[in-house]
Design a protein around this ligand. Sequence first.
Ligand code: TYD
Length: 212
Amino acid sequence: MARGKFITLEGGEGAGKSTQAKMLAEFLRKQGHEVILTREVGGSPAAEEIRKLWLSQDEGYWDPLAELFLIFAARREHLTRTVWPALKRGAWVVSDRFVDSSYAYQGNTKKGPGPDIVKKLYQQIAGKFEPDLTLLLDLPVTVSMDRVKSRGGWNDRYQLKAAPFHRALRKTYLALAKKNARRIKVIDASQNAEGVAKAIAATVTKQFKLKK
Ligand code: TYD
């Protein structure tokens, strides 16, 4: 059985990642694949426990480096218990966020741990493994902030942050996409959900030469 493919979705707040991850999983199932829909932080029993522990505290509670280790402990659990076994048996795995989120959220500030340690930790837990495709749902900062406000979810630790934080997030993501152009494809997430889903389906079809 051929190894399955690993597809990750990334983006700032309000980009509609979770909805798109579900729609992508459906699209791939219709193509005849077994599909596992998963997420980070989380995606396995222990990793979901870590997620609960992590998010049960306000921002600032965790030392930034300790926080990064928590996220990476969860990521290792997710890879070894969920992602790798599924890929090995030929299933396709769609993950709502993965390591690029750590670069974007924990690696982008001067105060924070920074990108070098994110890279080192990733190599320790995953070696040369990486997603076969990453879909970056890109939105102008004003649109993303308006969307989060209008859905009444303006209480998450990162969603609470002001525009400069979200701008830095977007800048980091776009720089990652530029540096990893073969793996990361930028999707315009300012269109409606149907339009975004179409763009994603077209990108995935092209990348993996799927039947149309
Ligand atoms: P998520 O549940 O995907 O929420 P949403 O995408 O709807 O905001 O993620 C929760 C938060 O976790 C999100 O603000 C981003 C953050 N996060 C990190 O800071 N680092 C990481 O490595 C990951 C995977 C997520």
